[in-house]
Write a protein that binds this ligand. Structure first.
Ligand code: NAP
Length: 264
């Protein structure tokens, strides 16, 4: 029996990257899945996971910045499975850009997907969990904004730090309903987003950016999406029943160094 056997999980941003990694670990741990994203390719992932792990999985096309899409995802998920035990709000975007050159569209894109997207899907799912008097919400924040930032990350950092506040407020408001809400704060994870950031930082030599990140990380590499999935599975499981309103960093120690010179 997996640690999520008998559970139904709705995961946003499941088409690739961390969301795909979370979906794989959740399926391995026995959860039935409602996988939300905009890309139709997510259907193939559903089929692969059903075949590999004998679970049930349904793709729902959902742009999380649209409240009506989020409500429809929950409606379809409930129609198919009759319950939603875990929400993983993972969908997110990141575009680098200097603060002085940033357009309103750049800023609002991060706010719409990263902040409003999590707000929307949580507001759509929570009535189901309140009714069940049980539930787990896992929100994908970042070390960026909450702990650290690099040049060009103002909009992204703003949006990811906001999710820590939302995590705490929801944890406080829904504790009485038996619902635990926690955030995950990854450092760099090897995904299409991280590759895109490398290209945006140095289009001529993106590999040097990724190598630089790995070299600056005490564990010497980026995380895999599945490693973040393992943490998300723990936070979605019964084992995490007394954890709420907190944020868990998974960064290979990248935020650890106090200096780059002492003791080295
Ligand atoms: P990614 O490879 O770019 O994947 C992003 C996912 O979000 C895709 O599944 C994408 O699916 C979905 N998405 C984007 N816009 C969406 C929208 N409007 N509605 C619904 N889904 C949408 O990114 P990732 O690296 O896996 O990142 C996943 C999450 O982890 C993000 O919240 C990110 O901020 C966070 N994070 C990532 C890192 C990292 O180093 N990679 C570090 C810290 C935190 P579709 O395009 O199919 O919709």
């Amino acid at each position: 029996m997996g640690k999520l056997s008998g559970k139904v999980a709705l995961i946003t941003g499941a088409s690739k990257g961390i969301g795909e990694g979370i979906a794989c670990v959740y399926a391995r741990e026995g959860a039935d899945l409602i996988l939300c994203a905009r890309s139709e390719s997510t259907k193939t992932l559903c089929e692969e996971l059903m075949h590999a792990y004998g679970i049930r999985a349904q793709f729902v096309r959902c742009d999380v910045s649209r409240m009506e899409d989020c409500r429809e995802a929950v409606r379809l998920g409930m129609e198919q499975f009759g319950r939603i035990d875990v929400l993983v709000s993972n969908a997110g975007v990141c575009r680098l850009g200097s603060f002085l050159d940033a357009s309103e569209e750049d800023r609002d894109h991060h706010i719409d997907v990263n902040i409003k997207g999590t707000w929307n899907i949580a507001q759509a799912v929570l009535p189901v969990m309140v009714e069940a008097h049980s539930g787990r919400i896992v929100i994908m924040s970042s070390v960026t904004g909450y702990m650290v930032a690099d040049p060009g990350e103002a909009a992204y950092a703003l949006s990811k730090a906001a999710l820590i506040g939302l995590t705490k407020a929801l944890a406080r408001e829904f504790a009485k309903d038996g619902i635990c809400v926690n955030a995950i704060c990854p450092g760099y994870v090897d995904t299409p987003m991280a590759q895109s950031i490398a290209v945006q930082s140095n289009a001529e030599d993106p590999a040097s950016v990724t190598q630089g990140i790995a070299a600056a990380t005490p564990l010497g590499r980026l995380a895999t999406p599945e490693e973040v999935g393992e943490l998300a599975a723990f936070l979605g499981s019964e084992e995490a029943r007394y954890i709420t309103g907190t944020q868990v960093v998974i960064d290979g120690g990248s935020t650890l160094p106090e200096t780059i010179s002492v003791g080295s």
